[in-house]
Write a protein that binds this ligand. Sequence first.
Ligand code: ZN
Length: 410
Amino acid sequence: MTATTLFYIIIAIIIVNFIIDKILDALNAKHFNDAIPNELKDVYDDAEYKKSQAYKLTNYKFGVWSSTFSVALTLAFICFGGFEYVDVLARRFSDNSIVIALVFFGIIMFGSDILSTPFSYYKTFVIEERFGFNKTTIKTFILDKVKGVLMMAVIGGGILALIIYIFQLTQQHFWLYAWAIITIFSVFMNMFYAKLIVPLFNKQTPLEESSLRHKISEYAQSVGFNLEKIFVIDGSKRSTKANAYFSGFGNEKRVTLYDTLINDLEEEEIVAVLAHEVGHYKRKHIIYNLVASVLLTGLTLYVLSIFITNPLLSNALGVSTHSFHVGLVAFGLLYAPISEITGLVMNWLSRQFEYQADDYAKNTYKALPLITALKKLNKNSLSNLTPHKAYVFVHYSHPTLLQRMRNLLG
Ligand SMILES: [Zn+2]
């Protein structure tokens, strides 16, 4: 194998990946105008349906433009020696390989962030705004960006520095230590995400005294879930779209309900959504997801450890001095087909978990309010009610509304 062969393999992976993705998008778009299944006819009235059609089409076109731009830029960057340029630049700052790696990723991340910001700006302030979803102010948008970058620099930079340090000490055995570090970090983040990270972006408050709290308390008691673990988050700060999720485990477990969800739904429907989230907890979905991602990380790191010392990785990207950080980039690009496959498996697993959580809500509470809740949530986010099967298989972490409804009624 020569560096040139490897270079062409990397380019081929990027292009094939892009083409498959665009075929799936186009296939899905071809079914935007399909007849809505009878069971879902009451989701939209005529005007809303037209609006949802326009929303799907707008997002589809935007997706084509933004992904084409991003892939073209990535290809150009690789073909015109972008990585070599940045690597040489980073080496001017220091002889220390950790500092070089941090500067290298810092420049690349900063550059790609600058280039992607106009797209996220357009998505939020033009598309979401036009369809009445956007509540984000320019100030929130900028603050989110700044906080995101700082968080990435501290956490991402910290973990990267630590892993390179261990790599220098242990060479190919580094993967075991790196695996341990990432596992400990994932468990910690899974537990404390709601306490440490969410408050940087949102306000979370305990459920207020109200008839809703009373109804929720009754349900929570019936299934043995602590009411103190239910929080309301100010999602309305950014968007009118509603959501709810379960996170953490042990003493740090909690259900988070968006204030938009509480505004949009009737009390019974909110309890049904909560019952679904409690179902995720009772069926231990967080733990299974964590275990799956830890195992996948271990596998990825092990494969990485086999190849990381090979200078072909850096040379394939046109970088003359082999290093851990450039090897990591090349490996990431080469590993993409495998991570696509593991992504498919994780999405499939997630859809099974959704059915289980729906079943739990149905068995411990009621199916009907969950169905009407799901219909309202789909309506209020102008969801696509007729997605293509292949698109659902690849991209959906939740079953479609129709599938969930049939399961709940079955
Ligand atoms: Zn769920």
